[in-house]
Design a protein. Structure first.
Length: 146
């Protein structure tokens, strides 16, 4: 069986694509029920669903890129799996909150922002930490023969 490169990134991207598909279906259903093909027609449910979908599209690429680069640099780890899972749950909670599920919107966006900020800080620090912990190459001077 072949080895999977960047498994956390692969699973997270696949799950994010499924969530994006679900969000698009929700917008489509709201459009159909409101008989609005372009724009939002002033329909509050459609506006909320369009914003939830757009919000997903605004944050997910940054988090996916950060997860991928961190996994590539630092390796696959349990904590990164957990962060990815929490991120995906947050991205499902946010649109449910936009539909009125109490506290879900706030929980979704707060978790998303904290995860993005935490990953970003770690990504900025990671190269410096890696260079600090690598053993310097020692060069020994050897006198010429003869």
């Amino acid at each position: 069986m072949p080895t999977v490169t960047l498994p956390i990134t692969l699973v997270t991207a696949g799950a994010a694509a499924i969530i994006n598909f679900w969000l698009a279906l929700r917008v489509g259903r709201a459009r159909h029920s409101a008989s609005v093909s372009i724009g939002d027609g002033g329909n509050l449910k459609l506006i909320a669903r369009m914003r939830a979908h757009a919000n997903f599209a605004e944050y997910t690429p940054f988090v996916l890129i950060l997860i991928g680069l961190i996994e590539l640099t630092a390796g696959t780890s349990i904590w990164l799996w957990a962060v990815a899972a929490i991120f995906l749950l947050a991205r499902v909670a946010h649109p449910l909150g936009m539909d009125g599920l109490r506290y879900a919107r706030a929980i979704g966006i707060v978790l998303t922002l904290l995860i993005m900020l935490g990953l970003a800080i770690y990504a900025v620090i990671l190269p410096f930490e890696a260079s600090r912990t690598t053993t310097p190459i020692s060069v020994e001077a050897v006198p010429p023969r003869g």
